[in-house]
Write a protein that binds this ligand. Structure first.
Ligand SMILES: [Mn+2]
Length: 418
């Protein structure tokens, strides 16, 4: 029987030579037992593609049990198909994975956005508490006493229980104001050396009897009131002098202090109860040179503290102020006019201190005082906003000028028993 090619004893050599490109005719000459050229050619024609796909190292196997090349070739092909299939599947899975990763990343971004604060890794700098500066801070205390409306009576029942005022209550509030002018700077603003206190007596100390209703309901006549209130004022100024060492009092009258029915421009100061009152108190401290006075015959007065110029005036010259804009619009307009006038005479100021409006506002360039009387029948009737009785207190420092505002709440419902 003619040996077929795969069972020929020299099969491995035949295949090797075929793979190397020898022609079947040349190979047949060397074979024993012989194989015809046609047989080898037709066999090679059928199997060359498969055999050439087999890696050469597999053909070098000397193991007699080793699978024949045809089997190896088909195994290699199967393996290649499996690999190709697996690669296709892998590509599909990789694409799906990529899509899932993209969705996850979007979700993570959203989560970061929503829960940002929770996930945020804190990185707090280590701030050291500042030490106390070697040099001492200094300041002058400024107390604004205006719109006390002493001896006016406000009935609790007439303002639905939000306030009450009479001589007894006023005495308490005045004392409390003088006391807090010491306590607030001393206890709340520690570490500052106070070089003295300036008291701005800015008018409306008395309600007067300029309206019939006042004349009918005040605790006393205007002259009796002036006499009565000298002593409490002297007590207060004496206490401030004792604590601060230096007291400077600047005084301008209000509109309620007048002794004429209608407000006047000529003789506004010297005809006012407020002016008389200030002069009488001044006499009590005669000869004490650490209590100084500025009681001009003009309705405006100026003090200078560490280069800061402060204009004190009552404020009734500023008219208008209804509606949402409130009192600030006419006051700022009036302030601008006053600044122009002062600029023109070479005496500009940094801060204007006024009373009159019974509404505490520490604004830029303007300080408006509250009132000691507090909410009254007139405010109630006109639906004015409620404001607790208060008086302005602030510090003037060499570095910052007017700063550190500590308004004094001077009422105490319980102690005043209303
Ligand atoms: Mn007033």
């Amino acid at each position: 029987m003619k040996p077929v090619v795969p069972t020929h004893p020299q099969f491995t050599a035949i295949v090797k030579r075929l793979r190397e490109g020898d022609s079947p005719a040349a190979i047949c000459k060397d074979l024993n037992p012989p194989v015809s050229k046609n047989t080898l050619e037709s066999w090679w024609k059928r199997h060359s593609k498969t055999i050439l796909a087999v890696p050469s190292e597999l053909l070098d196997v000397k193991d007699p049990e080793a699978p024949v090349v045809e089997d190896l070739a088909s195994e290699v092909l199967d393996e290649r198909r499996r690999r190709e299939n697996a690669e296709r599947k892998l590509k599909v899975v990789e694409a799906q994975l990529h899509e899932v990763e993209r969705e996850l990343s979007e979700l993570a971004d959203l989560s970061d956005l929503l829960g940002g604060a929770n996930d945020r890794q804190p990185s707090v700098p280590d701030w050291l508490m500042p030490g106390r500066k070697a040099e001492e801070h200094v300041a002058t205390v400024n107390l604004v006493l205006s719109d006390l409306h002493l001896d006016e009576v406000v009935k609790k029942e007439a303002v639905r229980g939000v306030n009450a005022y009479n001589r007894r209550i006023a005495e308490q509030r005045l004392q409390r104001t003088f006391e807090k002018a010491i306590c607030l700077p001393r206890d709340y603003m520690a570490g500052v050396k106070y070089e003295g206190i300036v008291i701005h007596m800015a008018g409306d100390t008395f309600s007067g009897d300029i309206h019939e209703e006042l004349a009918r309901t005040n605790e006393a006549t205007p002259l009796e009131s002036v006499l009565y209130w000298i002593d409490p004022f002297v007590a207060g100024i004496r206490m401030l002098h004792e604590y601060y060492g230096k007291v400077h009092i600047v005084s301008v009258p209000g509109n309620h202090d007048r002794t004429y029915r209608k407000p006047v421009a000529k003789g506004r100061v010297e005809t006012s109860l407020h002016h008389l009152f200030t002069k009488l108190i001044q006499r009590e401290f005669k000869g004490i040179d650490t209590i100084t006075w500025d009681v001009p015959l003009s309705p405006d007065a100026m003090t200078i503290q560490y280069g800061t110029k402060i204009m004190t005036t009552h404020g009734d010259q500023f008219k208008g102020g209804g509606g949402i804009g409130g009192i600030l619009i006419p006051i700022l307009r009036g302030d601008a006019k006053k600044r122009q006038r002062q600029q023109a005479v070479g005496d500009p100021y940094d801060l204007m201190v006024i009373g009159h409006f019974h509404q505490y506002i520490a604004g830029p360039g303007v300080l408006i005082n509250g009132s000691m009387k507090g909410y009254d029948e007139y405010a109630f009737q006109n639906n004015f906003g409620y404001e607790a009785p208060q008086q302005a207190l602030f510090l003037v420092t060499p570095e910052h000028g007017p700063s550190f505002h500590l308004p004094i709440q001077c009422a105490n419902k319980k102690l005043e028993r209303w």
